[in-house]
Design a protein. Sequence first.
Length: 254
Amino acid sequence: MPSGALARRAVLVGSGPLLYLIAAQMVRAGVPPVALVETQARRGLIRATRHIGGALRGWRYLLKGLGLMAEIMRARVPRYVGATGTAIEGEAGAEAVTFTHRGRAHRIAALKVAEETGHLSDAARDHQASPLRSAQRRELAARPFLDAAYPPHAEALAPDDATIICRCEEVTAGTIRRHARLGCIGPNQGKAFGRAGMGPCQGRYCGLTVTALLAKANGRTPDETGHYRIRPPPKPVTLGALAAMDHPAFKPAK
């Protein structure tokens, strides 16, 4: 992946060949996506046949695309083509993707939304969710064993004061604990005390640890302490990359 970070149990939503490239890269890395939710309609492929002559002249791109699709199919990644009404569900974070495919709503979160809006009774919701919950339990059955067999070591959860937590700004655990003693109660407020989370990674590497340190120092839970707010750009962009966006290859087709 371009950023070097690989999401696990991710659902890829969108359209276009780059979606297949990302899916294939995840398959090669051993972490295939849970599903591809594709928003393009099948009739678009029919309309595109009038351009088949030009496409055949660029047969190498077509062959590469077919190779990506073959990788995805061999990994048995489910595809939902022509999905509509896509939405990201979750209160504290992204927990599920809901969408409609061939007239049917998918995933447990969709059933909960239907029940809360009065379109589904409690009994109907539970009945339709039953096979989904069974599949979920099967997927999570091994987690207690894995969590017990491979726990994080104590030093990782309670680093000493000299340990650098924010590598971008070289802020130590001791400095963050000192900020808590001075009255800092959350990571976003902590930016006024020091520079943790203000470097190029914007807290992607240190965010959870900063929250954990502040929570323990203040006798609060991580949820009460909060997390870094995401600020654009999520990933540093060079001036050269911005200038290259004017290149014809980056312009949308007419």
